[in-house]
Design a protein around this ligand. Structure first.
Ligand SMILES: [Zn+2]
Ligand SMILES: [Zn+2]
Length: 304
């Protein structure tokens, strides 16, 4: 299995139901965990999916509707009880501090680790996290309050050494780093060996985008360049189009239309309205527009 995957912890909207938990996902890359939204029930889902709390690096909150953030203080408290000492980054739109800081004062005065809260400007694209393996950006979504979408892109080597070729052309080891940066090799006889003869194309970087909550918004397409898998909310069926518009949500078909326009490989839908007992109809409506659609469900692990 790939080392870049997403675990679905919750994919319902607004209120918990017998079928779905509110929104939360965990993206895993090379052993590190990044949480997207933190609705109620997240901790139990962590346990059920055997995810390691200690590997959680950062939590990204899309917006401050309760179905995306009511699980935060419980999670932060539990991490303390489990003996965490390393910082936890908490990243979200303006208002995140005024929501969580009083709760930290009330319940988490004796934490042995620091919660580093960062409020992001929701009106423009921004890099919100970066390390050797991943780059995470936020971008604006169109909802009833400041709301962030996120893209998570793995970092991969663009070129690999062709071992047989570098041996054949007797390229010294000290030149390998330059080869990986794309330089050609000039040998002792003054012959220039093209980089493409000495290296192979590395694998293409996968990129996952998370868009919840949002109305149908083609303006966001410019942030989806290079995205391979897209999670897009699909709260309603097309029969509820008017309601979707009024509440700044999307229908399954609209989610699929964004996937089609963005040219992604795969669409995941979620954030289902509590009115639907089955997601089959939502999935079918999405598939009419974009065939490679998956209806996310709690417990699913999807390779990115
Ligand atoms: Zn929501
Ligand atoms: Zn919302």
């Amino acid at each position: 299995m790939s080392d870049f995957k997403v675990h679905i912890l919750g994919c319902g909207s607004a209120i918990p139901t017998a079928l779905h938990y509110p929104s939360s996902q965990v993206v895993e890359l090379r052993g590190k965990l990044f949480m997207l939204d933190c609705g109620e029930g997240t901790q139990r889902q962590f346990r059920l999916q055997k995810l390691n709390f200690q590997r959680l690096v950062a939590v990204f909150i899309s917006h401050l509707h309760g179905d995306h953030c009511f699980g935060l203080i419980g999670l932060i408290s539990t991490l303390g009880l489990l003996g965490r000492t390393g910082d936890l980054q908490l990243i979200g739109p303006k208002g995140l501090k005024s929501y969580i800081e009083p709760l930290l004062k009330q319940f988490c005065m004796d934490l042995k680790y620091k919660v580093v809260i960062e409020e992001i400007n929701h009106k423009e694209e921004a890099i919100v996290y970066e390390d050797r393996s991943i780059i995470i950006k936020s971008f604006p979504l169109a909802h009833r309050m400041p709301t962030l979408g996120f893209t998570l892109k793995e970092k991969v080597a663009t070129r690999h050494l062709d071992k047989a070729a570098v041996d054949f052309f007797q390229v010294p080891r000290s030149f390998y780093p330059k080869l990986l940066l794309g330089e050609d090799y000039l040998n002792e006889d003054g012959e220039l060996i093209a980089n493409t003869r000495l290296t192979k194309q590395g694998k293409m970087a996968k990129c996952y985008a998370y868009m919840s909550d949002t109305s149908f918004n083609p303006n966001a397409l410019k942030y989806l360049e290079g995205v391979t898998s897209l999670y897009h909310e699909a709260t309603f069926m097309k029969s509820e189009q008017e309601r979707a518009k009024r509440t700044a949500h999307s229908t399954a078909q609209e989610a699929a239309e964004i996937a089609r326009l963005a040219g992604v490989e795969r669409l995941l839908i979620g954030h289902y309205s509590a009115r639907y007992y089955s997601v089959d109809a939502l999935l079918n409506e999405a598939k009419e527009v974009f065939e490679n659609t998956i209806a996310s469900n709690e417990g699913m692990v999807i390779e990115l």
